[in-house]
Design a protein around this ligand. Sequence first.
Ligand SMILES: Nc1nc2c(c(=O)[nH]1)N[C@H]1C(S)=C(S)[C@@H](COP(=O)(O)O)O[C@H]1N2
Ligand SMILES: [Mo]
Length: 164
Amino acid sequence: MKLNKKTIIILIAILVVAVGVIYSLATREPAIVRIIKGEEETILELEYLSSHPESTVFPVVVRSSGKKPVETEYEGVEMFTILESLNIDTSNVEKVTFNASDGYKIILKLEEIKEPKNMYLTYKRDGKLLKSKKRGGNGPFQLVIRRDPFSQRWIKHVNEIILE
Ligand SMILES: Nc1nc2c(c(=O)[nH]1)N[C@H]1C(S)=C(S)[C@@H](COP(=O)(O)O)O[C@H]1N2
Ligand SMILES: [Mo]
């Protein structure tokens, strides 16, 4: 085979694309949340949330740092409802730790999680799936606290929930 300039450029282009595809597959963040209670681990998948009968759309004002407040609509399921529907026994749980893929962490009391219509694990904003951190979004899952007006305790990129 004659390796002219054009062939070499095409080969390099194929190589670059292949490396890109392999890299993005290898570093792909799966759209799941691991719910851990002692030795038990439950995997929560996006499809489970999005097809949940109690998935709801609710309006909320987002005050992102350095930006004007914006009215948006989030879609998700109440955190306590999720635990109940997964049959996770919370009778002796006191605190709930939310870990995010960027290392951010927040600890909430189970009582707070139980407050009606307050804490939602969300997966859509304004009708679109939440993008991952890598793609510049707040997802794939974000804990939205409706009665936290300045959203400091909202947690982006939630990937682990630990019940203790
Ligand atoms: N995973 C994760 N969640 C987070 C944060 C963060 O750095 N990482 N910052 C918190 C803070 S301080 C605020 S004010 C809100 C909104 O942050 P944003 O305006 O940068 O989106 O998200 C909160 N949740
Ligand atoms: Mo903040």
